[in-house]
Write a protein that binds this ligand. Structure first.
Ligand code: C5P
Length: 235
């Protein structure tokens, strides 16, 4: 089997920017001595099963630190075809990959957020092993631990929602190239790849991950991610 990684990194990180007052897109914020995005790219490049790692940038991105990325080696490939939503960035990236590699419809593509810097090679290998050859693909996810409340318009509890069977979706999410592109063309409004696959009536496999694969959205997340990365380096 052939596995490719695709990292959409064409977002502006507006929630983080609004709170931190920093104009640098979120994926380039300094984290444990590197631009945040370099951590996930390094993990994906270091995963032996992954043949190449495509990163999707906004066409007008002036912040991509090419020199710092050159040390990641020849697996890393840059595509400047980001769109105005995450789903469009991923779909554009899938098309551009096929343009460079040829017929890859049956190959697996692992889509991973630039904003999840604490991914490990073991997490990626576990996802690949657990999904195996399942047609519907799969994703890393975490069973919901907290009790969930639905609010009314006044910020009061309207309802307690059962957490039974509820999971928080993470990335990577892995699907066959052709299926994922078809799904995103069919459902371009989705916020993750699994949702697009679900609209085709398929049920991707949930592979249990852990809380350390957090997504950096707010300034405090950046501190948590730094703690996780530094703690791993020392242990
Ligand atoms: O904004 P959010 O954290 O949900 O973005 C998730 C990922 O999707 C990030 O890696 C971000 O750079 C990427 N993205 C993108 N193109 C967009 C919006 C987000 O590649 N238009």
């Amino acid at each position: 089997m052939t596995y490719h990684a695709l990292v959409p990194a064409a977002g502006s990180g507006s929630r983080m920017g609004a709170l931190s007052g920093c104009a640098l897109p979120k994926q380039y914020l300094p984290l444990a001595g590197q631009p945040m995005i370099r951590h996930a790219l390094a993990t994906l490049c270091a995963t032996p099963a992954i043949m190449d790692v495509f990163v999707v940038l906004a066409p007008d991105d002036i912040h991509w630190p090419a020199a710092a990325m050159a040390t990641l080696g020849p697996k890393l490939r840059v595509l400047r075809c980001g769109g105005d939503t995450r789903a469009r960035s991923v779909a554009n990236g899938l098309r551009a990959m096929a343009g460079e590699l040829g017929e890859i419809g049956n190959d697996w593509v692992l889509v991973h957020d630039a904003a999840r810097p604490c991914l490990t090679v073991a997490m990626v290998e576990n996802l690949i092993a657990e999904v195996g050859e399942e047609d519907a693909g799969g994703l890393l996810a975490m069973p919901v631990a907290d009790t969930l409340k639905r609010s009314d318009d006044n910020g009061r509890v309207r309802q307690t929602v059962s957490r039974d069977g509820l999971w928080q979706a993470q990335t990577p999410q892995m699907f066959r190239h052709r299926l994922l592109l078809d799904a995103l063309d069919f459902a371009p409004q989705v916020t993750d790849e699994a949702s697009a696959i679900e609209t085709l009536g398929l049920s991707p496999r949930l592979v249990a991950a852990d809380v350390s694969n957090l997504k950096v959205t707010y300034p405090l997340d950046l501190q948590l991610a730094a703690w996780i990365l530094q703690n791993r380096e020392q242990s």
